[in-house]
Ligand binder design. Structure first.
Ligand code: NAI
Length: 329
């Protein structure tokens, strides 16, 4: 099987090449460009393409894959909101993913953001580098004894709930499906979670029902001085409303690993570019906001799990034995 690997970074190549040693019937070519309408034709002659969170797998791209006889899209991530799944189904293109490579990696990053923004680590670090050892403006709050509200208690949300429980927080949760692993957590309505949480962490997928679930109406229901963390997908939060809320001093802190309009930025060094939107600049203008660039997944263990499952998916597809949990289409 020949796979064209789009949007390849050095760390991807290292991790996939290591895993590839187990297979003598799979070959991968890596290219830096991401898949999109201008680049999809490069996949001519390949059996599969490997894509990631910012790849364009809309109708036009899928049409072109079909025309070239590429029958398999290997998503090397859990989310697939960037794939037109209905259309892929119509075309008979299989889409496989890595449903849970390291939920702990993302949950630990979510907690890192919550703690960093709470204790002003970003400011403390810069101050000490400048020989400013003053503490004014750096006061945080104890997480111990406070209430964490976890929205979505699947794999990552459950890992985050356990971390919060571990540091002595009460955990409340909102999900349509209760996770039996979380006996210490209390399931509540979304409104109750908003009004009772000192820390709100978002862990549900982006869908019609979750799009802009955090907006002025829901922000108004939150406690004053709440900490909000999003490591899920940017569009769960309506950014303009979030900015309004930050200006109204609703938040003690906001930690974002994902944000709307991040697509052109994700994993790119754009220091010489004039950015097309002001979203990051506006968010970064606030002292109580920390933004990272979709790095929640980025641990050694997670990368090796991603390459292992992606190549296993390729192999299972070839052998006609696809694992249902990994099948998007
Ligand atoms: P999962 O499928 O295990 O869990 C998602 C949970 O959300 C499920 O329990 C589901 O019932 C719940 N849910 C769905 N709609 C909901 C709603 N309207 N309200 C409340 N709960 C709802 O998914 P997992 O692995 O925990 O991943 C969660 C999300 O994290 C992914 O969809 C992805 O967007 C994001 N992610 C971010 C990464 C990063 O690097 N920042 C890496 C991996 C995933």
């Amino acid at each position: 099987m020949k796979i064209l690997f789009f949007d390849a970074k050095r760390y991807d190549e290292e991790s996939f090449d290591e895993e590839l040693k187990k297979y003598d019937d799979i070959a991968i070519d890596y290219i830096e460009s991401d898949i999109g309408i201008k680049t999809v034709r490069l996949a001519s002659g390949y059996d599969a393409v490997c894509a990631f969170v910012s790849s364009d797998l809309g109708k036009e791209v899928l049409d072109e894959l079909k025309r070239m006889g590429v029958g398999l899209v290997l998503m090397r991530c859990a989310g697939f909101n960037n794939v037109d799944t209905e259309y892929a189904k119509q075309l008979g293109i299989k889409v496989l993913r890595v449903p849970g490579y390291s939920p702990e990696a993302v949950a630990e990053h979510a907690m890192a953001l919550a703690l960093a923004v709470n204790r002003h680590i970003h400011k403390g670090y810069i101050r000490v580098r400048e020989n400013n050892f003053g503490l004014n403006g750096l006061m945080g709050i104890n997480m111990h004894g406070k209430t964490a509200g976890i929205v979505g208690t699947g794999k990552i949300g459950a890992a985050m709930a356990k971390i919060c429980h571990g540091i002595g927080m009460s955990v409340i949760a909102y999900d349509m499906v209760e996770n039996p692993e979380l006996s210490f957590a209390k399931y509540v309505t979304f409104d109750e979670l908003l009004s009772d949480s000192d820390l709100i962490s978002l862990h549900c997928p982006l869908s019609h029902s979750t799009y802009h679930m955090i907006c002025t109406e829901t922000i108004d229901k939150m406690k004053d001085n709440v900490i909000l963390v999003n490591t899920s997908r940017g569009a769960l939060i309506k950014t303009d409303d979030l900015i309004k809320g930050i200006r109204n001093k609703k938040f003690f802190g906001v930690g974002l690993d994902v944000y709307e309009e991040e697509t052109a930025n994700v994993f790119e060094n754009r220091e010489d570019d004039i950015l097309e939107t002001s979203v990051t600049a506006r968010l970064m203008s606030f002292p109580n906001v920390i933004v990272t660039s979709h790095q929640g997944f980025f641990t050694k263990e997670a990368l090796s799990s991603i390459s292992e499952t992606t190549l296993m998916n390729a192999c299972d597809y070839k052998n006609g034995k696809i694992k249902p949990a990994n099948e998007v289409v």
